[in-house]
Design a protein. Structure first.
Length: 109
């Protein structure tokens, strides 16, 4: 009675096997803002076209899949958590008392 779970079994919980609900909301908002900017901003220059397409390009960048992470948005979140978390780790192992005694009686004392 061994069970074999396929590597992509979690993809069945996603919309279109790729997006979480928040990802679709981000894409929808980016698409709506892009549509609004297409109607509001007049002009056909390269800079204006890039400004018009900036919301959808940003939202596509955030939901783009990345290896080992769900997408770029999740990677940025994990990077922020890592960089903003505490970096000093206190030793609390089974030999903590012996480490403390060695430091107290070490050659620098």
């Amino acid at each position: 009675m061994d069970y074999l779970i396929p590597a992509n079994s979690k993809k069945g919980q996603l919309y279109f096997n790729l997006f979480k609900g928040i990802d679709l909301i981000i894409l929808l908002i980016g698409g709506l803002l892009t549509t609004l900017t297409l109607f509001i901003i007049k002009g056909d220059g390269l800079i204006l076209i890039m400004i018009k397409l900036l919301p959808i390009m940003t939202s596509l960048f955030l939901v783009f899949p990345v290896a080992y992470y769900h997408n770029v948005r999740v990677f940025i979140k994990e990077l922020y958590v890592y960089l903003s978390s505490r970096r000093r780790y206190d030793w609390k192992g089974w030999c903590m008392r012996s480490v403390g005694n060695e430091q107290a009686s070490g050659p620098n004392k």
